[in-house]
Design a binder for this molecule. Sequence first.
Ligand code: AHR
Length: 502
Amino acid sequence: ADAPLIVRVEATKPGPRIDRDVFGQFAEHLGTGIYGGIWVGKASAIPNVRGIRSDVVRALRALKVPNVRWPGGCFADEYHWRDGIGPQTKRTVTVNANWGGVPEPNSFGTEEYMDFLGQIGAEAYVSVNVGSGTVEESSRWLEYMTTDQPTTLAKERAANGHPAPYKVKYLGLGNENWGCGGAMSPDHYVEQMKLFSHFSRNGNPAQKTTDQMKRIAVGWDADKGDYTEAVMKAWASKAWSWDIEGVSLHSYSVGGWPPRMASTGFGEDDYARLLKETRGMDDLIVKQSAIMDRYDPGKKIALVVDEWGAWLAPTPGSNPGFLQQQNSLRDAILAAINLNIFMRHADRVRVANIAQMINVLQAMILTDGPKMVLTPTYHVYRMYLPFQDATYVPLAYSSATYTHGTISMPQVDAVAARDTGGQLWVSATNVDPNRPAEIVLDVAGASVSQGSGQVLTAPRVDSVNSFAAPDTVAPAPITATQTAKGLRIVLPPKSVAVLALR
Ligand code: AHR
């Protein structure tokens, strides 16, 4: 048997705060992500509150979702907010040109989004249309959502059911404007972005001081840093009139473009390949942070990883434009690895949004008509709740290697943190699908004698939860035992565990 992996937990050397917004979600008008997944309409036989399905709301409330990015994605740069306000029967029907060319009924607009956020207890991350919209349109949308002054738009908002201003915590200044957002050169984007930053004013008085809206500029494309460079350079020499508080990074784990890795029925080759690729997120963050550090050594500007996750081949028989895929134990492990990377970079990565919340790409929840199932990724997010707003605790360890063919990577990936109540937590992932991993936690500076929590594993790397078998991948209890060297935990093959240390 392998010697146990000794993990030194530096409990007296607290690191940065892990912003809860790193556990954010992304809900785009795409396939059945919104229509069917969230919005069923008031007349639906599916139980709902004001048209928003109640089973999904219940499941998401349990995740304490901090923020939801909306309405896109590529959709955002073709979205016109006026199409989605006012009486349902008068909404404009448009075409969702990016995603399947299907009709977009605009039944889910600003009011419905804000209602959804209220029902699940999340905050708003709204992306404005820089690609095909105007500065005026964006500025008026912000006024409509946030002003407390008795303007015509505020009165219209009140007539639509919401007299009080909405809070917009994050404002996305476009989306992938190097691609679907208008194929702009970095310099052209920067000039546009400055106008949107300046004129999209937040009028909510409650947000004027400590709780200001944060504006996110478009940054790094998965393999190019030129947008980040241009945006940061402009920011460092900016005049008084505009500002940003974040720059985005998008990176999916795909296994080659176009996506063709199956989301079910795969073996260890695809498993190892995708996990190896996903570990590259660390490298991208290091590279983008290095650009940002040159202009912003004080780390004022957040790195916002507002699209990430597994992008796999569409579920056979589904509309390929709907980006539907199943979600397996592999996705759960992939999620844990990425969340761990974000936490290790908590000083710079302060927002992240997995793509996407429901029925699209690496989803939390799958629905089909009235049916709903929680995915393995959902369970990881639930197990990781203690890390929201926790204080990062450094770990020192040197993991054994998991090797499959020519692919190799550390077998164990672990992080630790102290939650807001002072409780110490550790998360450890064993990526090896064939061997357990024995680890011993040597906790420095805290008296710890017990560990207990949950472990997520399943019979196979491609095990999934289906409507017929919803609990194939579900958390089970796990405990640590005290030994002379520290707390001993045995991680099953291909598992994610989160334990409280007492
Ligand atoms: O999440 C799906 C799409 O991926 C988004 O709309 C776009 O921003 C990205 O390319």
